[in-house]
Design a protein around this ligand. Structure first.
Ligand code: AMP
Length: 279
C-alpha cells in the first residue's frame, strides 16, 4: 500500500490541503513535470525543513511548449516517479489531466516583463507566459504556504518570485540548489536525450560556466570567450552565455548587487541550461 496520496482533481487536492490546514499544519508544494531525478528529490528534502506536509505536483504543462518543441516526446513515467517519491518525505502527489488544468475553451493568459524578458524568451517567447500561468494556478488552487523551485531554472525562479510579489500571493518561495552529476553536468530530465558522445561534451558546460562566472575581464570579453569555448568543446549552438544582474536579469549596472552567469547551449536537438553565481 502506498503511503502517498494521489490526487487527480483540483477539488480532491484542495480538500486534502484544507484538512491539513484545519489541523494547523504548514503545507509545501514542489511543482515538477515528472521524469523525476535526484535534482527534483532534493527539492522535496529541502522543503521538508519548512513544511509539515508536502505535495509534489507532476504535470507536463502544454502552455509552456511551442508547437515545434518536445511536448509529445517529453519523458513521462508516472509509476517510476511515484516509486521514487515513496523514499522521500513527500505526502501527496498532484497529477492532474490537461483537461483538469485547462478547461474547455480556456483563454486566459499572463504577460510579464522584467525578469521574463530576454534570455529564455529570446528563443522561447511563449515559455514564461505558460510557466507563470501554471504556477499561478497551482499556487492559488492548492493554497500551499510555501513552494520551492530549483536554481537550475534560474530565470524561472526570478520570474516566479516577481509574479508572487506583484500579485501579493500569500506563499513563501524557496530556492533549491542545483544538483549535479559527478562530472558537474546539472541533472535534467532532458539529459536522457544525450547519446554517449554528447554526454561527454555536455560535462564541459559546467566547466565553461565557471570560467565565465570567474572571469576578470569585461563581461563582453568573458561572454565571447565562453561562446568560443563551448563551440570548440563540440556544442552545436550557443543560445546565450552571459553575465546578468542576479535579481532583475538585466545587464548589470550601478545598482547591481549580485551577478549571475547563465548559459544555454545545444547539443543536436537537446538544449542544456546551467547557471552559477558570478564575480
Ligand atoms: P521540471 O520538472 O524540469 O519542470 O523541474 C521541476 C523543478 O525541479 C524546477 O523547480 C526545477 O528548477 C527543479 N530542478 C530541475 N533540475 C534540477 C537540478 N538539477 N537541481 C535542482 N533543481 C532542479
Amino acid at each position: 500500500m502506498s503511503r502517498l496520496g494521489l490526487h487527480r482533481t483540483l477539488e480532491d487536492m484542495r480538500a486534502q490541503v484544507a484538512a491539513w490546514k484545519a489541523d494547523g499544519l504548514r503545507v509545501g508544494l514542489v511543482p515538477t513535470m515528472g521524469a523525476l531525478h535526484a535534482g527534483h528529490l532534493s527539492l522535496v528534502d529541502a522543503i521538508a525543513k519548512n513544511a509539515d506536509k508536502i505535495i509534489v505536483s507532476i504535470f507536463v504543462n502544454p502552455t509552456q511548449f511551442a508547437a515545434h518543441e518536445d511536448l509529445s516526446t517529453y519523458p513521462r513515467q508516472e509509476a517510476t516517479d511515484l516509486a521514487a517519491l515513496e523514499t522521500t518525505p513527500a505526502d501527496a502527489v498532484f497529477a492532474p489531466t490537461v483537461q483538469e488544468m485547462y478547461p474547455q475553451g480556456f483563454t486566459t493568459g499572463i504577460s510579464m516583463a522584467g525578469p521574463a524578458l530576454g534570455l529564455e524568451s529570446e528563443t522561447r517567447p511563449h515559455f514564461f507566459g505558460g510557466v507563470a500561468l501554471i504556477v499561478l494556478k497551482l499556487l492559488t488552487q492548492t493554497q500551499t504556504d510555501v513552494a520551492i523551485f530549483g536554481e537550475k531554472d534560474y530565470q524561472q525562479l526570478m520570474v516566479i518570485r516577481r509574479m508572487v510579489a506583484d500579485l501579493n500571493l500569500p506563499v513563501e518561495i524557496m530556492a533549491g540548489a542545483i544538483q549535479r552529476e559527478a562530472d558537474g553536468l546539472a541533472m535534467s530530465s532532458r539529459n536522457v536525450y544525450l547519446d554517449a558522445e554528447q554526454r561527454k561534451i555536455a560535462a564541459q558546460l559546467n566547466v565553461i560556466l565557471h570560467q565565465l562566472g570567474n572571469h576578470r575581464a569585461s563581461a563582453e570579453v568573458a561572454e565571447a570567450e565562453a561562446k568560443r569555448a563551448l563551440l570548440e568543446a563540440g556544442f552545436t549552438e550557443v543560445e546565450y552565455a552571459c553575465i546578468r544582474d542576479a535579481e532583475t536579469l538585466g545587464v548589470p549596472d550601478a545598482n547591481t548587487r549580485a551577478r549571475r552567469a547563465l548559459i544555454v547551449a545545444r547539443l543536436g536537438e537537446t538544449r542544456l541550461l546551467d547557471n552559477s553565481p558570478a564575480v
